[in-house]
Ligand binder design. Structure first.
Ligand code: MG
Length: 285
């Protein structure tokens, strides 16, 4: 349960869309994923019952519970970091409000990045496998995590996704978090870097409205710059607000749709990959 907004994570489901090629070679993964999902549901039901018991007995213990929940998440995040380190995998946590263009940016990035490292994607959405299907069509292996009533991905879900995806050593793992500018910022998922995408149609006032998200970001991508002539969006104001919260944050304006300035994003990703050493030493925040 997310104690910030009260959403539940006890109805999480993972699914692996069939890759466009080698469709029949991964049939066993479904059973594998099913087992993980079952474990996950049982764990969370257990936690849920436990949390409710505490809530009813001691309503004032919410803060304590949140600390306990985040401490548990941090332990899972350490496990994720250990897996990533053992395989030299670089992991990016991609966050934004719904519709900012996370999936569209990935669809362009997968064929466009031009790296010889494989790209894997964890797709977080409350329902549907629409985005994992789009990522698979774009040429990357993806796992869809449906969080049900949950508003964020946690480190346990990412750990289970890693086991389902089984990414090859040296690859890039992108976690597309559930669309939400609040709760995903609170959960360490073992990532090396955090990217926040804000689109120009959302307004330039978001950093100060959602400070936790922007304060913890390594990169702010301003998407849909092709729409700038049609909206009131002050890019210098956005940059100023973001840097008031996060002095060194890089702000990259681009259009995932038209490809304008997309090279800046590729260069940032490549620098992150270069910084990741073959032994998988942690880079980033
Ligand atoms: Mg998406």
């Amino acid at each position: 349960m997310c104690l910030t907004c009260g959403c539940g994570t006890d109805d999480v489901r993972l699914s692996l869309p069939e890759p466009h090629e080698h469709a029949s070679t991964h049939a066993h993964d479904h059973d594998h994923v099913q087992d993980h999902v079952q474990d996950h549901v049982q764990d969370h039901v257990q936690d849920h019952v436990q949390d409710h018991r505490h809530d009813h007995e001691h309503g004032s213990e919410t803060l304590l519970l949140e600390e306990r929940l985040l401490a548990k998440n941090d332990r899972y995040a350490e496990e994720v970091r250990a897996v990533l380190a053992s395989r030299g995998i670089t992991a990016v946590n991609l966050m934004s409000s719904p519709g900012a263009g996370k999936t569209t940016l990935l669809e362009r990035t997968i064929p466009g990045l031009g790296t010889d490292r494989a790209i894997y994607v964890v797709e977080g959405d409350q329902e549907t496998s629409f985005d994992a299907d789009r990522i698979t069509r774009a040429g990357a292996r993806a796992v869809q995590v449906n969080t049900g009533s949950g508003c964020h991905l946690d480190a346990d879900m990412v750990g289970r996704s890693l086991r389902a995806l089984d990414p090859e050593p040296g690859s890039l793992l992108v976690v597309e978090n559930v669309g939400n500018l609040v709760c995903p910022a609170l959960f360490d998922i073992g990532e090396h870097a955090r990217v926040v995408i804000i689109s120009v149609t959302e307004g330039d006032d978001k950093p100060l409205k959602y400070p936790t998200m922007f304060a913890s970001a390594d990169l702010v991508v301003v998407n849909k710059t092709d729409l700038l002539p049609y909206v009131d969006f002050d890019l210098p104001r956005l940059r100023d607000q973001a840097r008031r919260l996060n002095r060194d944050v890089t702000v990259l304006p681009l259009s995932a749709r038209t490809g304008e300035h997309i090279g800046d994003w590729y260069a940032w990703l490549e620098s992150l990959l270069v910084e990741g050493r073959p032994d998988g030493a942690v880079v980033g925040p």
